[in-house]
Write a protein that binds this ligand. Structure first.
Ligand SMILES: Nc1nc2c(c(=O)[nH]1)N[C@H]1C(S)=C(S)[C@@H](COP(=O)(O)O)O[C@H]1N2
Ligand SMILES: [Mo]
Length: 328
């Protein structure tokens, strides 16, 4: 990996993982919202939160869940930011696009295939797939490779539960996850911007780590489509792109699986993708981050990024002896 010293990324949030920016949808929606509520020409200045409230009339729900690894100044990022600022290229490359483009997506019924090197492969209806596990609410830090962060109250089950039920064989060393491939329902897949379907992977011990979740909700509600309905991965010590959305297949394999962003740009995105303030992205620093959903002076303050996103105690030992510059 090419490692260059970089200053903080300017406008990091406007640069998707290496491709391009599309603010047209957002600006059009902002214009419409302003018209509807009589705000006139200041439309372009509406925050996603204000826009959300204006268009949908929704109040932020209360965060629910047990805090994991939070610092004293980590407050849950408002629902309106969590659900309006998303990367989900199946529904557009702009972060403001998924909320709009995914709104008619139907995540039910949903089947999950469990296969590969397991004693108990199967195709499950989502309800049956989840049912044996207790649903939990957990509040995690969330750090994107583009140097923005949130604090998200997830709802879901430990991935370890699913793995134990699948009974992997001794040969299984990795877990591969695959997103739905259905270009009619996911119009972004009609473009060649990524190799479809989106795929991700974890080493088996990472997948078994008690922090790793399969999420079905945020803020105590079912996942909004733009957040990866009805089932997505949450790995809080890794960059956000490991959190593959709308999962239809979980496969146990012997070799390290390929992962979409590594396929798209191997010099910038690796397999491990652990949050690490000491290893810069080739085009920007990873030492600090910008927290979304804040106001006033807090909004301007960059915070120091923590090793493994603040989860060293829970996950550090899995990487003992590994060169984290090589295994980025
Ligand atoms: N299927 C799929 N999963 C995906 C993506 C995607 O484009 N497609 N984007 C990833 C990226 S780059 C990030 S940062 C997170 C964003 O998740 P969030 O919208 O819940 O914050 O989803 C990840 N999962
Ligand atoms: Mo991302």
């Amino acid at each position: 990996m090419l490692i260059r010293r970089a200053t903080d990324l300017p406008s990091s949030e406007l640069t998707p993982e290496g491709v391009y920016v599309n603010r047209r949808t957002f600006l059009a929606a902002a214009g419409a919202a302003a018209g509807a509520v009589g705000l006139g020409a200041i439309a372009g200045g509406l925050s996603p939160r204000a826009l959300h409230a204006a268009v949908l009339g929704r109040q932020d729900p209360q965060a629910v869940g047990k805090p994991y690894g939070l610092q004293s100044d980590d407050k849950p990022t408002p629902w309106s930011d969590v659900t309006s600022y998303n990367n989900f290229y199946e529904f557009g490359t702009g972060k403001d696009e998924p909320i709009e483009m995914a709104k008619n997506f139907k995540p039910k019924p949903w089947t999950v295939k469990v296969d590969g090197l397991v004693g108990k492969p199967g195709d499950y209806q989502l309800e049956d797939f989840l049912k044996p596990s207790a649903i939990e609410d957990r509040i995690y830090r969330h750090r994107c490779v583009e140097a923005w962060s949130m604090v998200i109250p997830w709802r879901g089950i430990p991935l370890a539960d699913v793995i134990k039920r699948a009974a992997p064989t001794a040969k299984a060393k990795y877990v591969e996850f695959t997103t739905l491939y259905d270009p009619k329902r996911m119009p972004g897949q009609q473009s060649g911007v990524l190799d479809w379907p989106y795929v991700e992977g974890l080493r088996l011990d990472e997948a078994m780590n008690p922090l790793t979740m399969l999420a079905t909700g945020v803020y105590g509600r079912d996942l909004p489509n733009q957040n990866g309905a009805p089932l997505r991965l949450v790995v809080p010590w890794k960059y956000g792109f490991k959190g593959i959305k709308s999962i239809v297949r979980i496969r146990f394999v012997e070799q390290q699986p390929r992962n979409t962003w590594n396929i798209a740009n191997p010099s910038e995105y690796g397999f491990y993708s652990n949050v690490n303030p000491e290893v810069d992205h080739p085009r920007w620093s990873q030492a600090t981050e910008r927290r979304l959903g804040l106001t006033g002076l807090d909004k301007l303050r960059r915070r120091k990024t923590l090793m493994f996103n603040g989860y060293v105690d829970q996950v550090g030992s899995m990487y003992a002896g590994m060169d984290l510059r090589k295994n980025y």
